[in-house]
Design a protein around this ligand. Sequence first.
Ligand SMILES: Cc1ncc(COP(=O)(O)O)c(C=O)c1O
Length: 273
Amino acid sequence: MRIWVNGELRDAEDARVSVLDHGLTVGDGIFETVKTVDGRPFALTRHLDRLTRSARGLGLPAPDLDEVRRACADVIDANPMALGRLRITYTGGLSPLGSDRGDAGPGLVVALGEAARRPDTTAVITVPWTRNERGALTGLKTTSYAENVVALARAHEHGASEALFANTAGQLCEGTGSNVFVVLDGRLHTPPVASGCLAGITRALAVEWTGAQETELPFDVLERAEEIFLTSTLRDVQAVDRVDGRELTGGVGPVTAKAMRIFDERAGNDLDP
Ligand SMILES: Cc1ncc(COP(=O)(O)O)c(C=O)c1O
């Protein structure tokens, strides 16, 4: 595998950043995960916009998007595959050991790994830990993801592929790496960004393409929703067939099936919507 590290492509074993990089020592970094299909990135412009927003939120210099695009293209060309997970990581760079950031400038790493198409349905659990809708990092896609690591491990222990969080106000928020949609009385809803969820790119496209409403929802809506689905870069639209102990009858419900179909069609027609 060939990886872009700070200006050049390197073999994986020679692709290194400093052990004093602030991304490693304190999680001071941001990232994007972009789907690639047959060597072409999906929705790259939206991902780069969010990368810039995350950088601003963390007080990192704005990334040079021409360089990031070149890095992505070079990595994709060097690693041909059918379905890929393109990972852009942009960190605080060489820094002192504490929380103060150094002035060496940010680091950029772009890597590509093979991905498998997700199953159409999956199980999720709820977790007791909360998302903070009022934190300094709320809405930013930072590399400080250890809370997600813990929650996702809990999901796997319970035979699920995702864990869903409430926010501190007890409202439905998001998953460790996905947004959530619910069907109530036949209508599609998803929590607003003010709930503290990431402004997911798949979420935004699904809202645009299905007309889903952004609605504040209590966390226990998961106990009564007629249908539930997840959205993320690598899940696209994925139906939920079990939440904790509750089976959702019928696997992929009608509203979810329609959202999946619309998403596949629209995404297939435009690689950079
Ligand atoms: C916390 C979190 N929420 C939601 C999402 C979904 O966002 P996207 O559709 O942009 O992949 C992600 C990213 O994968 C995420 O990390």
